[in-house]
Design a protein. Structure first.
Length: 100
């Protein structure tokens, strides 16, 4: 076979392997244990609750105040941190889905 034919065949085999259907992997909630208790306390009760909301809002307001005072780098960091706190539950769930 020529080199071009081998390259084409290799590309087609790789594409076929990439397109092969596999089983869907779904993440289910854990059945209990220490890690579930820690997740419940920190994510469900704190980050999704009033503590996370108030902390995120304070960080965003502090960032806005710092930007007004021309401390752009510190203000941007505070705003980004506040947004991360406000969406921390979604970030934790996404990281859990990636790591599972």
């Amino acid at each position: 076979m020529r080199a071009e034919m081998k390259a084409t065949l290799t590309v087609l085999i790789v594409l076929a392997a990439a397109l092969v259907a596999t089983d869907a992997l779904a993440v289910t909630s854990p059945s209990g244990g220490f890690a579930q208790d820690v997740y419940d306390i920190f994510v469900t009760r704190m980050l999704k609750g009033p503590i996370g909301f108030v902390g995120g809002c304070i960080a965003v307001i502090l960032g806005a105040i710092l930007v007004i005072q021309h401390k752009i780098i510190h203000g941007a960091g505070a705003v980004i941190g506040g947004a991360i706190i406000l969406k921390a539950d979604a970030i934790v769930e996404s990281l859990g889905a990636v790591l599972m």
